[in-house]
Design a protein around this ligand. Sequence first.
Ligand code: BGP
Length: 457
Amino acid sequence: MTYTFPKDFYWGSAASAEQTEGNQNGKKEQTIWDYWYELEPNRFYDEVGPGKTSDFYNRYQEDIKNMKAFGHNSFRMSISWARLINKDGSINDEAVAFYNQVIDCLIDHDIEPFANLFHFDMPMYEQEKGGFESRDVIEDYLAFAKTAFSLFADRVKTWFTFNEPIVPVEGGYLYDFHYPNVVDARRAFQVAYHTIVAHKKVVKHYKATYDGQIGIVLNLTPSYPRSQHKADLEASHICDLFFNRSFLDPVVKGAFPQDLIKLLDEHNHLPDTHAEDAELIKGNPIDLLGVNYYQPRRVKAKAHQPNPNGPFLPDWFFDNYEMPGRKMNVYRGWEIYEKGVYDIMINLRDNYDNIPSFISENGMGVQNEERFLKDGRIEDDYRIDFIAGHLKWLHKAIDEGCDVRGYHLWTFMDNWSWSNAYKNRYGFFSVDLATGERTAKKSAYWFNDLATTNELN
Ligand code: BGP
């Protein structure tokens, strides 16, 4: 069977500044990751820190040439706040020159640049002010966004405010995997709320000033209940409220879910708000939603009552479980559930006014991928199966009327990933960490056929 995708479908991949550029190149302020790596290197998987990564800063021409040669018509990058804006608020000219060159190079290769403004990489000078706990930082972020638009929006026509904004909230303030790694729900919800205010301010400014499209990238993880029993359904509903709808509802519908407000209120955890935020949040909807999807959540009712004296956490209300017989990415330990993309898109069609969307990240991380090397190339048939499996479900969603505009793999080349560094490899291209040499994997050739014919066979 042949699956034909819509004309002008976005085919490409996504990456982020912190994970690819390398910090030792050019002038740049520290991010929370640079700082944390210096402070506690043992937290990180191996010796390759955020300062090295894949050296996109120096090799972007080669990488973009490869993108073109392997079927990309679009690519999501991020613009590093810590690179573009110096600590004293001035603009870093070296950064302007670098991003101009990257954007121009993409356009010269007929690759549409998608630019994201925040991919977990809070500048340390902003974190010292409290990060998004502080309303001042919202204004600084808006100033950064305005600068980025004024410099690049003449050529970049698709923008995103945040990548997976829930992740710094849960990682930094609830579950200990992002800096400042504290467990404090009050602070967590304040950060989440301010992130939404920041997003809305940027969308408002962009729409009043420019004529491209602007959106946000959310990691939507369908939460499937273990059974149809009331308690399991309630558990999965609450999980969905915290991890999907907390951001999805305000950015698309302009309102927080009432059930979430009620729940936080009952536990005295509503964030501080300002009266003028209400109008802002109600309006300013996005044009395009990026959907990152890796794995679903499997949820059941809580087996034991949480300790009421312990810290308040979303998982006071649900337990996760492993679905028997589930398909696994054994190389990463994550469940593979391809139908998840279909369920997400149907939900967007039916409950979110069929908001235009695309898969902005989906991918398969694999440890020790060198074991699949054959004649100098990684034979990643598992990745091809993974992508094809998701695309078939995506195609079905499109057939059934979902407004899906494209598919971006995470990621173009193996890159540095937060505390996991280079443990899990995701790229179409492998990167030799000693020499920086890039080599196309089998999936890159396969993807090129797919993207250039627009057909999955
Ligand atoms: C997403 C992030 C990416 C990337 C990816 C893979 O959540 O947006 O930045 O890190 O996950 O994650 P990991 O490398 O931890 O397997």
